[in-house]
Design a protein around this ligand. Sequence first.
Ligand code: SF4
Length: 447
Amino acid sequence: MALTGLDIYKKLPQTNCGECGVPTCLAFAMKLASGGASLDSCPHVSQEAKDALSEASAPPMREVTIGQGDNALKIGGEQVLFRHEKTFFNPCGFALVIDDSMEAAEVDSRLESLKKMRFERVGYELKTDLAALKCSSGDKSSFAGLVEKVKGSCDLPLVLMSDDPDVMSAALDVCGTGKPLMASATPENCDAMAELAKKHQCPLVVRAGSVEELSGLTDKISKAGVQDLVLDSGSRDLSKTLENLVMMRRSALKKKFRPLGYPTITFPCQETQDEMLEAIHASVYVMKYGGIMVMNNLEPWSALPLFVLRQNIYTDPQRPMQVKEGFYDFASPDESSPVLVTTNFSLTYFIVSSEIESSKRPAHLGIVDSEGLSTLTAWAAGKFTAEKIAAFIKKSGIEDKVKHRKVVIPGYVAQIKGELEEELEGWEVMVGPREASEIPGFLKSWQ
Ligand code: SF4
């Protein structure tokens, strides 16, 4: 049973020193109870109180890491039901199935797809996150051989899919310290799977026939010493799986029900044979509340929209996507190439930069930090002013790169031309087009 703010307050030092960043111990207790603070923020809390409050201070949903190094995937750790309440922290992952009963050519083609399925959008790389290796043969040496092959040619974290502890053990021996996700512990094999997870320090999928049964099983496995768990509600039907995902997320976050406070895994690959339907099922789970989607088909036509959907859902709604402040070069500009400035809102940057690229004209594009706001909004909010643009140009070093002194500002902020010329002594300020689509024509007329 979760502790209330008052229960927590009684165990705090009650000195109201404010060192936790909150003015009073009572306010801190309330934040802790709602999952908005960590007990570590109070340097004065006693060990006795820490022990007593450990449940209240634990996050409502555990964060689980699969794999190691730069490609490791973190899932879970979420604190809200809806992204507009705060944000979602760890984007869900996509796994592509490779089965040990597949022909060698099919395995090679899927490995190639894992390497190539990468897209760039607004400065971020979108890609498949995991290889899900499935043992259909029931033969542990065949499965271990597949694991070895994939491990040797792909650096993505692995999901190992077998309910047989002997098969799993052989695969884990091949994986070494790669921290793959083991799938799955069930009521029948949970003791052996928990032992393997402890021995190899791997996260473990827990699967049961219903959410109720699942909560009993996670409770049992966590008491056996395995804490990094991933929930599989057992359903292979879209509407039932969605219902289970919502129920599990609500129980974890709203009721602070620890046995369901873990990220989830879903299997669109086992719900339908139809490629389009599989992508549609996955899109539903991206929105609510899939942690990993295991896919049998991830072609560019389905992967790109799914990855973009994930990017949209997991972008912090309070922090627009931004580009780093600085000058960006196009088509090897020289000392006579035009100098343009705009804001650091990602969409603005990518629209303007693609128009400059399409013009095939060399240019220096200056990106001014406007806190992620677009041109007119930034100007209205005082984030893209003559003063800020002048300060940026002076400190950017562009004066050493060009011999002319002409800067082009977006047509939407033509009104700051005079002010900017006063701030930037010796520079001529030119008003560029209002619409990015007119930039190629503007650059072609540049003398
Ligand atoms: Fe109270 Fe601890 Fe915060 Fe100080 S740091 S106000 S003692 S909760």
